[in-house]
Write a protein that binds this ligand. Structure first.
Ligand code: NAD
Length: 354
């Protein structure tokens, strides 16, 4: 349960606000009457959810690079945030094979830049670093990874996020702990939701094929992932901050898994089969088992016992509800509806299901 009274008028500095998760987070924070300053690059896609929701919004938006430390510091000092949510990243596994060094620079040094600035900013009380379920050394286990499991990462993206975790712990132990500034990492699984136009992601690719009425190529149909609606981790992030904000956090509270129920960890093939039931069409689906020369883990699941037990968080929308919401969002978009209103309405429905 999110306490609106906690969030009202809090000052949040949000990196990566122009991205898919960032744009949903902006709307969620606006709904909670939070004062937000976003810091990110221009949206990487066209169309972009950010452009759909930015009109008539109250948040401050700074378009700049996380690697530009002087600019980042100036904006943080001007805004004086109490809470920082760090989402800016190069988040795509395939892109990380094409641009490994840039991925490291943004995801590792970008995080280090931010934390290095924040250690000298007195207004800051809480920092949440958004990493990923891919930070674990993947053993292709059939059970979920726990927060205490070994970090790893075969591909450059996963490795960069695992490094960002280590950078975070190092800054916590070296600087933030003694100042009683809380800093945690949150590891969420694959998120889905309306308004994602990123490259090489399952649902955006499917919706593109649908729009163009062309065959859909399903890469790695048997890969199992922990699917969840984007609002699930975003609300979990806020809950983590809210519940730990006034508490002395201990070592075991530094990282949190956020993932769906076991029954919603299904294959990409299952996701597409379920999603397609929400549309009236006969799109032809071609499966490509070795569709990529790049390594991507086949099996990845998170153990979320800790957040469920200690913060009373649990997922709200099942996979089939989430897919229905995505289909509804997409149909409104095709009908040229006001997508800011559609997005806010979905947020309200979600919050009301608390
Ligand atoms: N989408 C997922 O399934 C998923 C799953 C787990 C974790 N994550 C994490 O969540 C966060 C957000 O992911 P997303 O899916 O919204 O990605 P996205 O690509 O939609 O957004 C990334 C954001 O980071 C910003 N950014 C990228 N490079 C930057 C730079 N050099 N300087 C400043 N800003 C920069 C972009 O402008 C954008 O605002 C990332 O940290 C990602 O690793 C995403």
């Amino acid at each position: 349960m999110i306490a609106k009274s906690f969030w009202k008028n809090k000052r949040v500095f949000l990196t990566g606000h122009t991205g898919f998760k960032g744009s949903w987070m902006l709307m969620l924070l606006e709904e909670l009457e939070v004062e937000v300053c976003g810091y990110a690059l221009e949206p990487a896609t066209e169309p972009a959810l950010f452009h759909e929701i930015e009109k008539n919004s109250k948040f401050k938006s700074v378009i700049s690079d996380i690697r530009n430390k002087d600019k980042l510091e100036k904006e943080i000092r001007d805004f004086k945030p109490e809470i920082v949510i760090h989402m800016a990243a190069q988040p795509l596994v395939r892109q990380s094979y094409l641009e490994p060094l840039e991925t490291m620079e943004i995801n590792v040094m970008g995080t280090a830049n931010l934390l290095d600035i924040l250690r000298n900013v007195d207004s800051v009380k809480f920092i949440l670093n958004v990493t990923t379920d891919k930070v674990y050394k993947n053993n292709e286990w059939i059970w979920g990874y726990r927060e205490s499991e070994q970090l790893g990462g075969k591909d450059p993206y996963s490795a960069s996020k695992a490094c960002a975790e280590i950078v975070t712990y190092s800054y916590y132990n070296s600087f933030f702990k003694e100042k009683n500034v809380k800093i945690v990492t949150a590891r969420a699984g694959n998120v889905i939701g309306g308004g994602d136009w990123s490259k090489d992601r399952l649902i955006p690719d499917y919706l593109k094929s649908l729009e163009n009425n062309e065959d859909f190529v399903l890469r790695n149909p048997n890969s199992i992932r922990p699917w969840q609606h984007v609002l699930e981790p975003l609300v979990a992030y806020l809950l983590i901050i809210e519940k730990l904000f006034s508490k002395n956090i201990s070592e075991h509270e530094l990282s949190w898994n956020v993932g769906p129920k076991l029954e919603d960890c299904v294959s990409t093939n299952d996701v597409i089969n379920q999603l397609s039931k929400n549309f009236e069409n006969n799109l032809k689906i071609k499966s490509e088992t070795n569709g990529t020369a790049y390594h991507e883990a086949n099996f990845l699941m998170l153990d979320t016992s800790k957040i469920q037990r200690e913060l009373s968080w649990s997922p709200r929308w099942t996979l089939s509800q989430s897919l229905k919401k995505i289909a509804e969002w997409h149909k409104e978009y095709v009908n040229k509806s006001n997508m800011k209103n559609v997005t806010i309405n979905q947020i309200r429905e979600f919050l009301n299901e608390q």
